[in-house]
Design a protein around this ligand. Structure first.
Ligand code: G4P
Length: 528
């Protein structure tokens, strides 16, 4: 038997959040190269290429084999077991992207130095904030002319409402980019485009008056660095606890494409990022060290090829040791289940595993019994909390195209929503079904699956809403009055909870201000 405590302390499970094209894929690949998990650059890129080349979701589906393999990428580095969870961000941006963040212990945020904080990062950050997830920031593409470091830091602080703490500092940018000064380790790291840094490029400089500095980067850059280092003092010093509670984000600068600054980032990450944390449940907190196994499902990968109806449920292990031969308790159905060939994810490959530990993600083959949010245990009847539905942003009503198949349509919609493909609501005004998603691709997926798996045909009609909030109130009268007055903007979710729909964020903010006795929730869980 393995030593559970040692296995837990070894693990770092995290996600990379960024806006598309900021450099997430490139950075992931460089991490994997450091870990020796892949041999050549480009291995992960293959998946990206297909995403760019087509807007056809069937093409994307063809890549699903690769996409499952890159959903979780595990590798070893400096005696740590690192699990990177993919957060789909291009056309495949959907609720899974948010939900994946419920299964990580920390996050690396990639920002494009030429663009600053962009919309998708902003949204993902909101999800991190719900769980006070620790975040390390990597400002990428320093080899391009971008915003100044101070502008970038201000931009992060003001738009993401998190304090920054630079742990490295760039010397110039674009064509004049000379390297970074690593404030964390007091080392100058010289930049060489397209080359893997070697030991000679890193020089220990504890005092900026060291004449070596002028020799290496010239007088102007030295003076600039000295001025900048004085400025940096306005930022708070690095405080591990503030990072671990999500109040500050340490910042690194570099260029993923040139493999520059990536090793520093990774080394700091394994130093400070938290091992698997305690998790909240309906019966109190579960510590990873607790010997009894427990975990939850945060994603289900359905194969839409009708010939291969296999699904893979992604389970995050929260406590104890998972053993292949054991039966586990599926809390929702109150049944014991045994998984056939549970799969571990190592970069690019899937292997059947015999045991796995907290922080690990395993794939369970499933024929439709498992749902997102389900808890598996060694017999205890608690549920993990914190895996909610997230407020959707794109809404369409569903029109049945074949009246003979209305039952199939209803069943299909319900099952797909249970699976987490999209959220299903019923409008209060006419009881009509309405679908809400966070990504556009989901509608194509639903239509296709309804037709092929449920023989139901439908068409979607767009609605102007851009935000749905779950609403609750302690005052029943206020609630029923609000529902009556705003009937056209009210719906119920699949569990019968009230939902309020708005056309603009501005009008939602106005309602939140005006309706003092009504609580507006951005996830389903905070509402009940
Ligand atoms: P993503 O996963 O966040 O969407 O971004 P990805 O890594 O695919 O990077 C997006 C584009 O930015 C890619 O160029 C990539 O090569 C480039 N890139 C990433 N890091 C850096 C960097 O440090 N400096 C510069 N200058 N560019 C960088 P592309 O042309 O879209 O793709 P490709 O043809 O290079 O694969």
């Amino acid at each position: 038997m393995s030593d559970l405590n040692a296995e837990i302390l070894k693990r770092r499970t995290f996600g990379i959040i960024s806006h598309p094209d900021a450099g997430k894929t490139t950075l992931t690949e460089k991490f994997l190269l450091f870990g020796g998990a892949i041999q050549v650059a480009g291995a992960i890129k293959a998946k990206k290429a297909s995403r760019h080349a087509t807007s056809d979701f069937m093409e994307i589906e063809k890549q699903r084999g690769i996409s499952v393999a890159t959903s979780v990428m595990g590798f070893e580095y400096n005696n740590r077991k690192i699990n990177i969870l993919d957060t789909p961000g291009h056309k495949d941006f959907c609720e899974d992207t948010y939900r994946t963040l419920t299964a990580v212990d920390s996050v690396i945020m990639v920002i494009d130095s030429t663009k600053g904080v962009e919309t998708q990062t902003f949204k993902l950050m909101e999800v991190c904030r719900m769980r006070d997830t620790p975040i390390i920031t990597f400002i990428n593409k320093m080899d391009r002319e971008g915003m100044s470091p101070i502008e970038l830091l201000d931009n992060i602080e003001s738009s993401l409402k998190i304090q920054v703490c630079p742990l490295s500092w760039p010397i110039g940018s674009g064509k004049a980019f000379k390297g970074v000064y690593n404030i964390y380790s007091k080392e100058l790291v010289l930049y060489k485009p397209h080359q893997k840094q070697d030991a000679h490029d890193t020089v220990k400089i504890t005092d900026l008056n060291d004449p070596k500095l002028v020799d290496l980067i010239g007088e102007d850059a030295t003076n600039q660095l000295k001025d900048d280092m004085e400025l940096v003092e306005v930022y708070p010093p690095f405080d591990l606890n503030a990072y671990l509670t999500g109040t500050i984000t340490p910042v690194f600068f570099g260029s993923a494409l040139n493999n520059f600054g990536v090793k520093e980032l990774l080394d700091c990450f394994i130093d400070i990022a938290p091992p698997p944390k305690n998790r909240a449940t309906t019966h109190g907190t579960i510590e990873p060290i607790q010997p009894k196994f427990s975990g939850f499902i945060f994603k289900i990968h359905a194969n839409i090829d009708p010939k291969h109806r296999d699904r893979i449920a992604f389970l995050r292990i929260c406590s104890g040791t998972f053993e292949r031969q054991k039966k586990y308790f599926h809390v929702r159905s109150e049944k014991q289940i045994r998984s056939v060939n549970p799969t571990a994810f190592m970069a690019q490959s899937k292997t059947v595993i015999d045991e796995a530990f907290p922080g690990d993600i395993i794939g369970l083959h499933d024929t439709g019994n498992l749902k997102i949010g389900d808890t598996l245990t060694e017999g205890d009847a608690f549920h993990f909390t914190g895996i909610p539905s997230f407020s959707p942003e794109i809404f369409k009503t569903v029109k049945n195209l074949d009246p003979m198949k209305s039952k199939q349509l209803k069943k299909g919609l319900e099952q797909l929503s249970e699976e987490g493909v999209a959220q299903l609501f019923y409008k209060e005004i006419d009881g009509q079904p309405m679908i809400g998603t966070v990504g556009v691709l989901q509608f194509d997926v639903i239509q296709y699956r309804l037709e092929h798996e449920y023989q139901a045909k439908c068409r979607f009609e767009p609605l102007n809403y851009t935000k749905a909030c779950w609403i609750t109130s302690e005052k029943d009268e206020v609630m029923s009055d609000f529902i009556r007055r705003r009937k056209s903007q009210i719906a119920k979710d699949k569990d019968g909870h009230w939902v309020f729909l708005t056309e603009t964020r501005w009008s939602l903010e106005r309602e939140i201000k005006e309706q003092e006795d009504i609580d507006f929730h951005f996830t389903s869980e905070s509402s009940h």
